[in-house]
Design a binder for this molecule. Structure first.
Ligand SMILES: Cc1ncc(COP(=O)(O)O)c(C=O)c1O
Length: 436
């Protein structure tokens, strides 16, 4: 397609794709790209699986649309499978949206509706974290911490408090200070107390940070402390597993690494692995019961739980189970970690390689001793990604503007060892070219 037709703002960096299969994008000029980022970290079962397209087509032939509150075989099948094989048992209620931003909006509103129904009507605020991304609707931007994506939209965005994301590498106590996680948890409690616990509905957080920081890891004491703080102050925990859920970090959900129990969880992306727009909002009985008693329910989106999307998601999850892909994400993740460390752990411009399962972030710096960043104008992330594309591999850009030069890697769980070699080797070439 001519760049005058798509995208909205024509970009010389746009890539012209004909079709895709497995982990490979086939370009119209005859070239290929290995997709090291699984699209937007979402194509967990690989691209171009005919059985997913066929399941969606068959469902839509039978019934192209039904209003979201109606029960349909596709919705029932998906929800049954989620309960049978995927969800932590305490998350008993399921609501569906079309994407992560919508799901986050709905989860935040559900938290407020819960307190409207219980009569604790002063609980109106949601606390977010300073390095985070929860989506691009005004509410999702407000609870998120992506300064670059918020800039200029302040008049549209609610001004909620933000607690620090525990960030060992750049801890205010000093690089990799052992108490970085405790301090971050304490800061959350300080905010709750300063705002007044009776004004706080929920704390929203990614159990393992996504692309906004590049898989920043929380530290062992963070989640137990946060869980205790939120319970003591009656604050609901909303986990955003849009990027890290459905196997991405080598467990079904990233919270399982930490025994973190959410009151409300949002998970999209991997649910239908890029085959259809769908996102789940999952809640406990305790969250939903007061709404039920008061005859309240969240308003649906027209395309919530769309027939074709439910059928695609059900088939994707069936494939994940049949091919044991969560375990494969853990196994191939370790294989990728070894390769990345061999190629890049000592690189003068790599400050850290971090992540779990098949999700990694690399923080690129001007000086790995001082952690000095490249200036924003250097557009280092853009240069690395462009150099990767030239070499035939696509990486995903991360960061928030304040945190920057983050390269994310999150291929399909079906990735082969030879492709992991290519991902690690090409990234070294791309970084060397970009900084030269
Ligand atoms: C953690 C997280 N939450 C929410 C979203 C928003 O999801 P979507 O782009 O599907 O609206 C994203 C998207 O990258 C994300 O990474």
């Amino acid at each position: 397609m001519s760049d005058s037709l798509w995208p909205l703002v024509p970009s010389p960096r746009s890539i012209d794709i004909d079709h895709a299969e497995g982990r490979t994008l086939y370009l119209r000029d005859g070239g290929t790209l290995l997709d090291a980022s699984g699209g937007a970290i979402c194509t967990n079962v690989g691209l171009g699986r005919a059985e997913v397209a066929q399941a969606a087509a068959a469902a839509m032939e039978r019934m192209s649309y039904a209003i979201p509150p109606f029960v349909t075989p596709e919705r029932e099948r998906l929800v049954e499978r989620l309960h049978r094989a995927w969800l932590p048992p305490h998350l008993t209620r399921v609501w569906l949206a079309s994407g992560g931003s919508e799901g986050v909006d709905a989860a935040c509103k559900l938290a407020l509706q819960h307190f409207m129904a219980t009569g604790e009507t002063s609980r109106k605020k949601i606390i977010g974290r300073d390095i985070s991304y929860h989506g691009t609707t005004a509410l999702a931007l407000g609870v998120g911490g992506h300064v670059a994506r918020k800039a200029g939209f302040e008049s549209l965005i609610p001004d909620f408090p933000h607690a620090p994301t525990p960030y060992a590498l750049r801890s205010p106590l000093g690089r990799n200070h052992p108490d970085f996680d405790i301090t971050a948890a304490q800061a959350l409690e300080d905010i709750i107390l300063a705002e007044g616990p009776e004004t706080i509905a929920a704390f929203i957080c990614e159990p393992i940070n996504g692309s906004s920081g590049g898989a920043i890891m929380p530290g062992p004491r963070y989640w137990p402390l946060v869980q205790d703080i939120c319970r003591r102050h009656g604050v609901l925990i909303i986990t955003d597993e849009v990027m890290v859920g459905f196997g991405r970090t080598g467990k079904r959900f990233a919270a399982e690494h930490f025994d973190l129990k959410a009151d409300i969880m949002v998970a999209g992306k991997g649910l239908a692995a890029g085959y259809a727009p769908i996102c789940g909002v999952f809640a406990t009985d305790a969250v939903v019961k007061p709404l039920r008693e008061k005859g309240m329910a969240p308003m649906f989106y027209t395309y919530s739980g769309h027939t074709g999307a439910c059928a695609a998601a059900d088939k994707v999850l069936e494939i994940m189970e049949r091919e044991n892909l969560v375990a494969r994400s853990a196994e191939k993740g370790e294989a990728l970690r070894e390769r990345l460390e061999t190629m890049l752990a000592q690189h003068p411009n790599v400050a850290e390689i971090r992540g779990r399962g098949l999700f990694f972030g690399l923080e690129i710096v001007a000086d790995r001793e001082t952690l000095e960043m490249f200036p924003t104008e250097a557009n280092m992330t853009g240069r690395i990604i462009a150099a990767g594309v030239k070499e035939g591999v696509f990486y995903y850009s991360g960061g928030t503007g304040a945190v920057r030069d983050i390269i994310c890697i999150g291929p399909s769980f079906t990735v082969e060892d030879s492709e992991l070699d290519q991902i690690a080797e090409t990234l070294k070439i791309a970084i060397d070219r970009a900084v030269a």
